[in-house]
Design a protein around this ligand. Structure first.
Ligand code: NAD
Length: 254
C-alpha cells in the first residue's frame, strides 16, 4: 500500500534572507531557517549584531552570513540585494511600533512606522521577488505581520494601519506571483517577548491586560514562531499562498 508521505519541512540548498535579524523575532527566524538546513543571510542596520548572530550559527555548523542593510534606504537596499544571488525564502521582518492614543498621534510617528512597516517592507518584498521570478525556481515570502493586522486595539492605530496594509499587499502579491510559483503569506503573532515589547511590559497593568486577552494565558516567546516560519518556508505549506498564519494564543478567536 502506498502511504502518503509528509512533504519536507527541511530547506537544504535554499537561500534565505531575514531582515531585522539582529534580535527578537528576526533572529529566531534566522535560527529556525538555518536549523532547517537553509543558508541564511541575516540583515540589519547594525552590522555587529548580525555578524555576531551569524558567527553563533556558524559555530553550530550552520550556514549563515551577515549583511548590513537599512531597509528604509530603498536605493541602497535595492543595490545591496541585487548584488546577491537570488533568494528562495524571504522573512520580511524589520518593523517597529510607536504606541499612542489615536487623538495624540503625531505625523512624525505615523510617518516613521509607515515608512518601515509598509514602504520599506513592500519594496524589500518587490526586490526579492524580482530575483525569485528571474531565477525561475519559485520561492516563499513570509511577511511578519501581527494579530494587529486582523483586529484593532487601543493605542495601536498606526501599527494596525501598517499591519492591515501588509496583509493587503501580501494577498495582492500572492495573486500576481502565483504563476511564478512564488508563495506569499503572512505570519501574524500575538505579543511576543522581544526588545521591541520589553518597554511595554514594564507597565504591569498593561502586561496583565495582554495576558488576559491571550486565551492560553501567557505572553509568547520567539520559539513559539519558529515552527510556523519553517512550515511557511518549506514544501510542507506548498499549496498555501495569500494566507495569514495567526499564532496568537487565541487572542483573535473571540
Ligand atoms: P525588535 O525591535 O526586537 O526587532 C526589530 C528588528 O528590526 C531589529 O533587529 C531592528 O534593528 C530591525 N529594524 C528596524 N528598523 C530597521 C531598518 N530601518 N532597517 C533594518 N532593520 C531594521 O522587534 P520584534 O518584536 O522582534 O519585531 C519584529 C517584527 O515582528 C516586526 O515587524 C513587528 O512588527 C512584528 N511583530 C512583533 C510582535 C511582538 O510582540 N514582538 C508581535 C507581532 C508582530
Amino acid at each position: 500500500m502506498d502511504l502518503p508521505k509528509t512533504p519536507s519541512f527541511t530547506l537544504p540548498g535554499k537561500r534565505a534572507l531575514v531582515t531585522g535579524a539582529g534580535r527578537g523575532i528576526g533572529l529566531a527566524a534566522a535560527a529556525a531557517l538555518a536549523q532547517a538546513g537553509a543558508e541564511v543571510t541575516l540583515a540589519a542596520r547594525t552590522l555587529a549584531d548580525v555578524e555576531a548572530a551569524a558567527a553563533a550559527l556558524r559555530a553550530q555548523g550552520l550556514a549563515a552570513q551577515a549583511l548590513s542593510l537599512d531597509v528604509t534606504d530603498l536605493t541602497r537596499m535595492q543595490e545591496e540585494l541585487d548584488a546577491t544571488e537570488p533568494f528562495d525564502v524571504l522573512v520580511n521582518n524589520a518593523g517597529t511600533n510607536r504606541p499612542s492614543a489615536f487623538l495624540d498621534v503625531t505625523v512624525e510617528n505615523f510617518d516613521l512606522v509607515m515608512n518601515i512597516n509598509v514602504r520599506a517592507a513592500y519594496f524589500v518584498a518587490q526586490t526579492v521577488a524580482r530575483g525569485m521570478v528571474k531565477a525561475g525556481k519559485g520561492g516563499s515570502i513570509i511577511h511578519i505581520s501581527s494579530q494587529m493586522g486582523h483586529v484593532g486595539s487601543a493605542r495601536r492605530s498606526i501599527y494596525c494601519a501598517s499591519k492591515w496594509a501588509m496583509e493587503g499587499f501580501s494577498k495582492a502579491m500572492a495573486i500576481e506571483l502565483a504563476p511564478h510559483k512564488v508563495r506569499v503569506n503572512t505570519l501574524a503573532p500575538t505579543f511576543i517577548q522581544t526588545p521591541m515589547t520589553k518597554p511595554f511590559f514594564e507597565d504591569e497593568k498593561f502586561r496583565a491586560s495582554v495576558v488576559g486577552m491571550i486565551k492560553l494565558g501567557r505572553i509568547g516567546e520567539v520559539e513559539d514562531l519558529m515552527g510556523a516560519i519553517v512550515f511557511l518556508a518549506s514544501d510542507a505549506s506548498a499549496l498555501m499562498t495569500g494566507s495569514s498564519l495567526v499564532v496568537d494564543g487565541g487572542w483573535t478567536a473571540e
